[in-house]
Design a protein around this ligand. Sequence first.
Ligand code: ME8
Length: 517
Amino acid sequence: AADSTASRPPFYLTTAIAYPNGVPHIGHAYEYISSDALARFKRLDGFDVYFMTGTDEHGLKMQQTAAKEGIDVRELAARNSDVFEAMDKTLNISFDRFIRTTDADHEEASKAIWQKMLANGDIYLDTYSGWYSVRDEAFYTEAETTLQDDGSRLSTETGTPVEWTEESTYFFKLSEYQDKLLRLYEENPDFIAPATRRNEIVSFVKGGLKDLSISRTTFDWGVPVPDHPEHVMYVWVDALTNYLTGAGYPDTDSEQFGKFWPANLHIIGKDITRFHTVYWPAFLMSAGIELPKRVFVHGFLYNKGEKMSKSVGNVVDPVAMVEQYGLDAVRFFLLREISYGQDGSYSHEAIVTRINADLANELGNLAQRSLSMVAKNCDAQVPAPGELTEDDTAMLAQADALLERVRAEYDVQALHLALETIWSVLGETNRYFSKQEPWVLRKTDPERMATVLYVTLEVVRIVGILVQPVMPDAAEKILDLLGQKADARQFSDLPTRIVAGTPLPAPSGVFPRYVED
Ligand code: ME8
């Protein structure tokens, strides 16, 4: 049962905060679903989890989008932020706080970290001139841009237009952090994952760091710089600080801060790695604040391998996807199909295959067949097992070993491997069930049938508990069908065997097959 005492170790997990300049797409949904599975896993594993997501509302991109739509930027931010929050609810994202960078406590945190960096001598005023991409909200050197035939320039890495910018701005002495950052990566090899991302960042930093422009004067949609309100903070300074705001900063004496800072895990997508693994630790070092433990970088999602774009017309609305396939099927598909940390693709065919093969056949059918035999032949109660054979013991041993294996995969955010591991045991269980032929035993050896059904129900219970982070609703239904109490579904409940005599409700299907209409 859940232990509600203060002994549970804290775990602070964040997603990136999205720009609400438009509505969420499937890439956002992927980030929230994967982070949610990680948060739920830790809760079930006895951690005191604080899970935060939200929206990044300042900056030129927001201001320009609002101008284009002819509405106030606050109105644009509020309207779309609400759409993100509503989508999180639709996706069953178990966040503890939905932060908006326009929240009052966030402005305070941003000003506080600025003042710390200033006091440390890392901020100075100068003139910035260079290339800026509004879409990326990022500065680029000329060498990082490509000249087009029409004389315009694009960021070489991201392909977004850049514009020449020249203004008086504050700079952050990023150049002074090269050695400290390289030491950080060296001494904490787990700080950036996967390793490919770490290698990219190490070579980027080895190439030298230039000071970073961290304020703007040509527009005013941002957090004002303390004592210099004609400057607003560069949106990334304020955006990254959201993680501190969530931990109660600047009140470093608060219970929240003591418990949840430093953050254990930042989940982000691959296009914002540099901001999180170079700028962010440098800001924190400058401000004398402890660094987060780990930044995990997930890949990008593509529609049948193609980049989603409004002009191609292949942007998928995550809510429509959930309506079509069901929420837990979508959650399972995204986490099982795509190697977490790598790019991945989705297509109708791939989703249907996962639904029918993995969910309906391997799990749903196993639960359905065993439970309906129990309903008909065992007085609708968990049957009492007789003496266990070698096959039974081996089957149970595989299921008992799952938690440790799955936990090891979750600890390195290998969500796809965690699911693969569970499904390999489900495959074994289906083979066990077919081999034992309980439907034959029903006539020849009812006692043996009872044992086989008991073993099968016990494996389904273990799997049901372990798939809760990925499919909370479906797992709940499975555990209800197994007569498991709501307070007996933590990982600490795994070793206690299902109890013979537990009354079972009438069985019903958990995962319908997807049928084309
Ligand atoms: O970058 N597939 O916001 P954002 C997977 N506000 N993930 C994707 C994706 C795709 N096709 N497209 C975007 C920002 N993402 C900043 C973050 S954090 C302090 C500030 C991911 O709305 C992207 O990598 O552009 C990022 O992690 C998240 O969605 C929000 O992207």
